[in-house]
Design a protein around this ligand. Structure first.
Ligand SMILES: Cc1cc2nc3c(=O)[nH]c(=O)nc-3n(C[C@H](O)[C@H](O)[C@H](O)COP(=O)(O)O)c2cc1C
Length: 278
């Protein structure tokens, strides 16, 4: 059997311009599993112990948190009826039903507001930042959860489409004011090994000293061509509306994706939760 690719090889494949042979870089371990990451959309039936799930939550919540405010929570959805309700929302994403574990990462500005009330010091930050900080905190925990699961050989897939069903999810999980879902997460033992996806070259996404747009379009064009060759899409998005393209590129796919309005009710939902977004 061929040797597994090393970190440099994985990052070169992913970015096409990743640096190589960095002095003092670790040769395996966490860097290897981060470099190998792929979202997992195929799971075996093997169950996970609740201890393992709790441990992953502990690792996720060990990640940094804005001002030590700890404005994120994780809801593990174990109840079979609740799982069935969630699974039924996503017939087009069968890995959600297949995954042995489903969790929901939430932003939580409620606890902080309650602390203010109990201490008798009014919360004087009722503006967009309150929502933003809790959402970012949840995203950071979500990312740490993915990395911790990857490092254990487990597979995950974040599920932002739970926000396509805000009222259902809100009621199902009993989310009170100032607690909102950021994304769901499937978790289990992967049915197949990860296969590295490609990312935009570092020339487009890593800047030095100031934002530089000069390299953008050239980098996107090169990425489009490389990705169409190495990781072609299995199907084209909405060909009845947009026609078919050859090659069908990443940028074409993304421009089609957000040509369609999505979650236009999210602002209203967040305001209803009590947030002032001004
Ligand atoms: C916040 C967030 C939400 C996501 N939501 C979904 C989702 O609803 N369904 C899905 O299949 N994948 C979802 N993903 C996975 C992305 O599609 C995936 O990360 C991206 O295509 C890059 O692929 P990779 O993670 O395999 O490298 C989500 C990822 C993130 C970070």
């Amino acid at each position: 059997m061929a040797d597994a690719p090393d970190i440099d090889e994985l990052l070169l494949l992913r970015f096409n311009d990743a640096p190589q042979n960095i002095p003092d870089a670790p040769e395996a371990g966490l860097w290897q599993s981060i470099a190998s990451h792929q979202s997992c959309r195929s799971y075996t039936d093997t169950p996970l112990s609740s201890g393992m799930v709790q441990q992953l939550c502990a690792l996720a919540l060990s990640s940094p948190t804005k001002s030590d405010l700890q404005q994120r929570d994780i809801i593990i959805v174990n109840d079979p009826d609740k799982r069935a309700t969630i699974n039924a929302l996503f017939p087009g994403s069968p890995w959600i039903a297949d995954a042995p574990v489903f969790l929901v990462f939430c932003g939580n500005n409620r606890r902080l507001r309650q602390i203010h009330e109990r201490h008798g010091h009014p919360f004087e930050n009722d503006h967009l930042d309150a929502f933003f900080n809790a959402a970012v905190d949840a995203g950071i925990a979500l990312s740490a959860f993915v990395l911790a699961a990857d490092a254990a050989g487990l597979g995950t897939c974040p599920i932002s489409t739970i926000r396509d069903h805000l009222e259902t999810v809100n009621e199902l999980l009993g989310l009170p004011d100032w607690v909102f879902p950021v994304a769901g997460m499937t978790l289990g033992w992967p049915g197949r090994p990860p296969r590295v996806n490609l990312r935009l070259p570092l020339a487009a996404t890593v800047h030095t000293d100031s934002y530089n747009e000069e390299a953008q379009w050239g980098a996107i064009k090169a990425y489009d061509a490389r990705r169409a060759e190495l990781r072609p899409y299995g199907s084209q998005r909405d060909p009845d509306r947009f026609g078919t393209r050859d090659p069908y590129t990443w940028s074409e796919d993304k421009a089609r994706q957000y040509n369609e309005p999505q979650r236009t009710d999210f602002g209203a939902y967040v305001r209803k939760k009590g947030f002032n977004l001004s």
